[in-house]
Design a protein around this ligand. Structure first.
Ligand SMILES: C[S@@+](CC[C@H](N)C(=O)[O-])C[C@H]1O[C@@H](n2cnc3c(N)ncnc32)[C@H](O)[C@@H]1O
Length: 252
């Protein structure tokens, strides 16, 4: 029997090629980018160019490529090799004079010292002229969009993310909210295997983040995505509004 991770990887490997041509993917990422840059102080106080960012579930890089011009570096991780290939093809197509400050690795991150993440962070640091680094790389900001609902252990991922941050570092994670039984309609039936939870419950995630040891924890509605859902259970195909939340917290 396939694990949820194998099911997800098979699905996302297949979807990677056309991912960026889905207007709803592009729209939801643009809204996530707007929320992150509105709510993470460094984007408001002019210091965002000092940020080293880690993105969990970067996919083809829709959010990564929006963030990269505003930050110092961005390392994306994703468990689907198809998504990482699509990301790398886009990096390869950047103009020669573009300062490449982003990279992606195909890995399931379970510890802050993950060798692939460390390698990517080191490569970006050496590209900007830094030599040597005697402690493991840590990040100033961790972002993630539409990925938390795929991750089996929420306490597990938040504990890893806390370790990935420098003191003073932020998390800013966006995903759709579990606002009740209707949230299941976000995914059509054929995409539900491999989905760990049908959205994120605000109170539940707040308690988990708090319990992990983060400070200044805020979980709030960030935006709404209207999208078409399939006919199901006697209800016709229709448009539905899906609220998205942003999880914000700081490592002190
Ligand atoms: C719905 S897609 C979103 C992709 C991208 N963030 C975007 O919005 O375009 C979810 C992504 O998370 C990845 N993923 C699922 N579980 C993961 C995990 N445990 N660690 C890293 N990536 C994961 C999938 O391979 C997929 O690329």
């Amino acid at each position: 029997m396939s694990t949820a991770l194998e099911i997800n990887n098979a699905r996302f490997n297949q979807e990677a090629i056309d991912w960026d041509s889905n207007k709803k993917h592009v729209e939801s990422v643009a809204k996530a980018f707007e929320a992150i840059t509105r709510l993470v102080p460094a984007f408001q106080d002019g210091t965002s160019k000092n940020l080293d960012v880690l993105e969990i579930g970067c996919g083809t890089g829709l959010l990564s490529f929006l963030l990269a011009p505003h930050v110092r570096s961005l390392v994306g991780v994703d468990t689907s090799d198809g998504m990482i290939s699509a990301f790398n093809a886009k990096v390869g197509a950047l103009p020669d004079d573009y300062t490449v400050n982003l990279a992606a690795v195909n890995v399931l991150v379970q510890e802050a010292d993950d060798v692939h993440v460390q390698g990517a962070a080191a490569a970006l640091a050496s590209r900007r002229g830094e030599s040597g680094h005697d402690t493991p790389y840590r990040f100033d900001l961790v972002v993630s969009h539409l990925t938390l609902h795929h991750i089996p252990s929420m306490p597990g991922i938040f504990s890893t993310l806390l370790q990935c941050l420098r003191p003073g570092g932020w998390i800013a994670l966006t995903d759709y909210e579990d606002f009740g039984p209707e949230a299941i309609a976000f995914h059509p039936e054929d995409k539900r295997p491999g989905v760990e939870r049908h959205g994120i419950k605000k109170d539940e995630v707040l308690e988990i983040i708090d319990g992990t040891g983060f400070n200044k924890v805020r979980v709030e509605e960030a935006f709404v995505l209207r999208k078409e859902v399939e006919a199901e259970d006697g209800k016709p195909a229709r448009e539905m509004d899906f609220p998205f939340i942003i999880c914000l917290a700081v490592r002190t």
